[in-house]
Ligand binder design. Structure first.
Ligand code: NAP
Length: 415
């Protein structure tokens, strides 16, 4: 029995059969509008998604939305609980959901709601497509060469939160063990953290990245790591990545070394190249030679930095879409925060959430609707009808509100 969530009376649930998503013509999809600017960008984006679906399928398909609660709205409804269990249960049950940004109350021992959500549903792959839309202000000379999809491991590495503060009894115990049993040394007052990277979790992430490359006709998967220094965590991630490719995808993949050793540098028809790069040089390469990269799979902290750095090349996090995905359950999300000073002003750029919805439409294979938005989007930017954040980077642009930007995209799709 649900306390506050009301499943729509019409619409059917998305299911998983034989390992594949089964999407009805009238799927129920969950949404969390989010805090701060969340309601503004959700309202605007929903109008665009619905218009695209209507235009693409002429009434034959329709999304039935189910509002779910997290963050401040949940706190008001569920007696101060920002993270109600029933929201998690319904996301799991509906398989696909989209969410606006959530504020994490400062102090009081609150964990980030986003991190909690990823952990509770084991959404192990954080996926960030980074591509350029013509007209978007960019610091790059050739931003059109940037078209990568970053798969960042979401559950391990330094984000697993195994840390012991300097001076604590736990720290003392661990320090004693490390010194006495493992003969390692470090400063007496050092804070200590553990960086777990496992074979199973590395492999499932790389498996998903390779499968994505296959499904989307991508040319390469680059494993990004710092294995030259952290051999048994980052280096192991690299080794396990190559292992998955060899053991499970040998018919469609080839390593970069094989391309050179056996084919003189020419990539055989139909093969996806598996290569690896050390994280530091990767940051440089992604700026200087972005066209060499396609799908990227990496550990948590590298992926954290790399996703935002890559997004900056094509317009910043204001437009970067994202998703956190388990084997099937997927939560799409705006990648920026709640920007509370702009709450309810109908002012900010809805692009991050809007384009996360495009990812969602592709995930449920409603590609025609997704492409309508993707095609209309750059035309609106090119015409200079943009929100304040883009306008300040462009010459002669007309500043429009969040809702007018959405209307401009809808008009463009219909024209
Ligand atoms: P933020 O909300 O992302 O805002 C920082 C600045 O980024 C804004 O002041 C604004 O810049 C710009 N910005 C963000 N979204 C924009 C949009 N849609 N359109 C145009 N500009 C946009 O970061 P924050 O101030 O550090 O964090 C605020 C709250 O959000 C915190 O409670 C944090 O925990 C939370 N947060 C949530 C998520 C999430 O739910 N995924 C992610 C990050 C942070 P200007 O001031 O220059 O206009």
């Amino acid at each position: 029995m649900l306390q506050h969530i009301r499943l729509p009376e019409t619409g059917e649930k998305i299911t998983v059969e034989d390992g594949a998503l089964c999407v009805p013509k009238n799927p129920i999809i969950g949404y969390v509008e989010g805090d701060g600017i969340g309601p503004d960008i959700t309202r605007a984006s929903m109008r665009v998604w619905e218009a695209a679906v209507e235009l693409a399928y002429r009434g034959d398909r329709k999304i039935h939305w189910c509002e779910l609660y997290m963050g401040e709205k949940a706190g008001a409804l569920y007696d101060g609980n920002y993270f109600p269990d029933e929201t998690l249960e319904v996301i799991q049950d509906l398989t696909v959901a989209i969410k606006g940004p959530l504020s994490t109350p400062v102090g009081g021992g609150f964990r980030s709601l986003n991190v909690s959500l990823r952990q509770a549903l084991d959404l192990y792959a954080c996926i960030r497509p980074v591509r350029y839309f013509e007209g978007v202000p960019s610091p790059m000379r050739k931003p059109e060469e940037v078209d990568v999809v970053i798969f960042r491991e979401n559950t391990e590495d330094v984000y697993s939160g195994i840390e012991f503060p300097s001076g604590s009894s736990e720290n003392e115990k661990l320090a004693k063990f490390l010194r006495e049993e493992l003969d390692v040394n470090f400063e007496l007052d050092a804070g200590l953290g553990v960086k777990p990277v496992s074979a199973a979790r590395s492999k499932r992430l790389v498996r998903k990245a390779i499968q994505y490359a296959i499904d989307n006709q991508r040319r390469s998967v680059t494993l990004v790591h710092k294995g030259n220094i952290m051999k048994f965590t980052e280096g192991a991630f690299r080794a396990w990545g190559y292992e998955v490719a060899k053991e499970e995808f040998s018919d469609v993949t080839i390593t970069e070394d094989e391309v050179w050793d056996k084919f003189g540098g020419g990539i055989p028809e139909g093969k996806i190249v598996i290569k690896d790069r050390i994280a530091d040089i990767m940051f440089q390469l992604l700026q200087l030679r972005p066209s060499e990269f396609d799908v990227i799979a990496t550990t948590n902290l590298n992926g954290d930095y790399l996703s935002d750095a890559a997004a900056a090349e094509v317009g910043g996090i204001g437009i970067a879409p994202g998703a956190n995905i388990a084997d099937h359950v997927a939560v799409f999300e705006a990648t920026h925060g709640t920007a509370p000073k702009y709450s309810n002003l109908d002012k900010v750029n809805p692009s991050s959430l809007l384009l996360s919805g495009v990812m969602l439409l592709k995930y449920i294979q409603w590609t025609e609707a997704a492409e309508l938005i993707e095609n209309a989007y750059p035309n609106v930017i090119r015409k200079g009808r943009v929100t304040y954040d883009f306008a300040r980077l462009m010459n002669g642009a007309e500043i429009v509100s969040t809702s007018d930007f959405a209307s401009a995209i809808i008009d463009e799709m219909r024209s």
